[in-house]
Design a protein around this ligand. Structure first.
Ligand code: HEC
Length: 142
């Protein structure tokens, strides 16, 4: 758990290095959600599972001693991170953000466009409860 907090702090600081202007990402566009779903099913579902539910017992480690894929559906801690940071996690993967990272979340920047990544985030947000979604919109505005 301690290690995870350290990682979050590093990611938070890595976050301030770049900036985008199109945040917060909403779930208002059905088109975006639909496209995000297609991309999710192509690139993410193998680890994060159907309905974004995450790996079984996601809080334990896998046989390689790595963290398992967490749920993205609002029951985990995905919504604790701003849009900008989530975008960066997906684009660059944890390996580019964390020195000596040995886990399994790689980046998809060479496969998915920035818009595609934001569409996936719209799809992810379509699963979140209203209160979490609203809170996150406020949080991602800055
Ligand atoms: C090979 C398995 C794998 C694939 C494929 C994968 N992920 Fe992950 N993902 C992980 C793991 C494992 C973690 C946790 C990373 C860690 O703590 O080391 C993670 C973490 C994340 C997080 C942070 C979640 C949080 O609650 O903090 C997001 C967001 C995410 N992944 C999105 C995606 C998206 C979007 C895709 C598809 C484009 C994707 N992942 C594909 C394994 C995967």
């Amino acid at each position: 758990m301690k290690k995870y907090f350290f990682i979050l702090i590093v990611l938070f600081y890595a976050d301030t290095a770049f900036s985008h202007s199109h945040y917060p990402i909403t779930r208002d566009s059905l088109e975006a959600i639909k496209n995000g779903k297609i991309l999710y099913n192509q690139y993410c579902v193998s680890c994060h599972q159907a309905n974004l539910a995450g790996a079984t017992n996601w809080q334990s480690l896998d046989e390689d001693g790595h963290r398992k894929a967490p749920p993205l559906n609002g029951t985990g801690h995905t919504w604790h991170h701003t849009d900008e940071l989530l975008h960066r996690m997906i684009k660059y993967g944890f390996a580019k953000l964390i020195k000596n990272y040995e886990g399994k979340m790689m980046g998809f920047g060479d496969k998915i466009s920035d818009e595609g990544i934001d569409n996936i985030l719209s799809y992810i947000k379509s699963y979140w409860k209203d209160d979490i979604y609203e809170y996150h919109l406020e949080m991602s505005k800055q």
